[in-house]
Ligand binder design. Structure first.
Ligand code: CA
Length: 233
């Protein structure tokens, strides 16, 4: 069953949302502050989160930013602050949509459906394989913030390392030469040599192996280059 996390400190709003979402066939969980919301999202990412902006302990935008380092499940912001700037901040921080308060619960249910449908289609199309839209995989790459995580563990990559990993992970199993990787991974290759690729790859492997020591993610192909190897399971 599709599970929706409702993060809302006003009990009346939360209970109306729960009623409507249950009625629409969704399972819900409700938390009333930002810190608990973040903990829930990281412990067990829901299929979608409805996230209020004005929250006790940790506000919704902070929750969104911190959550996005670990999980790319769809998040819809609920905001009473209608200023455009707040909307933009929310979306730039990685929200999938937002709904302005006061809202009709029907409208919220419609948005939930639309966002779930959209993200399901994006996943099915495999857009940005192993990337921003592919959910539920061990490796998550957020190319807006150049953040990567493996099994929920942040990899703390440099931009160079992130670029290489993204280029490799888009085509698991394909062998890339160093020259091709340079082209794919970096906009400006002026200050990067093919030899530098080797040292970036070495660091990448080390960081990947800290998060998942049981699998060798990047295979060296002698005399040719490198390939990304997704685990077979
Ligand atoms: Ca609130």
């Amino acid at each position: 069953m599709t599970r929706i996390l409702i993060v809302e400190d006003e009990p009346d709003i939360a209970s109306v949302l729960q009623d409507y979402l249950h009625h629409a066939g969704y399972e819900t969980e409700h938390v009333a502050d930002g810190q608990t919301a973040l903990e829930r999202m990281l412990a067990a990412p829901p299929d979608l989160t409805l996230l209020d902006v004005m929250l006790p302990r940790l506000d919704g935008l902070q929750v969104l930013k911190q959550a996005r380092a670990y999980t790319l499940h769809p998040i819809i912001m609920l905001t009473a602050r209608i200023e455009e700037i707040d909307r933009l901040v929310g979306l730039e921080a990685g929200a999938d949509d937002y709904v302005c308060k006061p809202f009709s619960p029907r409208e919220v249910v419609a948005r939930v459906r639309a966002v779930l449908r959209r993200t399901a289609i994006e996943s099915a199309e495999g857009r940005g394989a192993a990337g921003t839209t592919e959910r539920g995989r061990a490796l998550l790459l957020d190319d807006v913030h150049w953040r990567a995580s493996l099994h929920g563990i942040p990899l703390n990559l440099t931009r160079r390392e992130f670029g290489l990993l993204q280029a490799l992970a888009r085509h698991p199993g394909r062998i890339f030469s160093r020259a091709r990787l340079l082209e794919l991974a970096y906009d400006d290759t002026a200050d990067v040599t093919e030899r530098a690729v080797d040292s970036h790859i070495k660091n990448l492997r080390r960081k990947l192996s800290v998060a998942a020591p049981e699998h060798d993610w990047i295979r060296s192909v002698y005399g040719i280059g490198f390939a990304f190897e997704a685990p077979s399971s």
